[in-house]
Design a protein around this ligand. Structure first.
Ligand code: NI
Length: 136
């Protein structure tokens, strides 16, 4: 199994600008300012503190991929993203271990177009796999 390296914690927020201010007050710095992901109808920004990377995700329409989750979770962390050198192999191995893919690998505009896929486990909740950028 390719190693899975923690890349970020995904944090659902209703209002991304207000959330960003709150995280800045906690001492986070902006790693990548707000980007629109028009495949998923969400706004995304990345913040860093003490080596921890947080992704703020906010719906821009009622049909965004997170609109349903927003109703359930409000402002809350909801996934951990793991980087892997082989997205398809990691997804297949996790599926064999009982994880269920909830979408198909799709480019993420906020991550340089690298592919991501979301999986869920009844006992571990939602995770995201991110294809490692092998060119850097
Ligand atoms: Ni994420």
């Amino acid at each position: 199994m390719p190693s899975l390296d923690v890349h970020h914690i995904g944090y659902l927020v209703k209002k991304i600008e207000k959330a960003k201010q709150a995280f800045l007050a906690l001492g986070y710095r902006i790693e990548q300012d707000t980007v629109l992901d028009d495949l998923r109808n969400v706004k995304i920004c990345f913040l860093i503190k003490d080596g921890y990377r947080i992704e703020l995700i906010s719906p821009v329409s009622t049909d965004s991929v997170v609109s349903g989750l927003m109703k359930k979770y409000k402002n809350s962390p909801y996934h951990i993203c793991y980087e892997t050198v082989d997205l398809d192999a990691s997804a297949a191995e996790l599926t064999a271990d009982g994880f269920l893919a909830i979408d198909t690998p799709t480019p993420a505009p906020a991550l340089g177009g690298r592919r991501v896929v979301f999986l869920t486990s009844a006992s571990a909740g939602m995770i995201e796999l991110l294809e490692k950028d092998l060119s850097s």
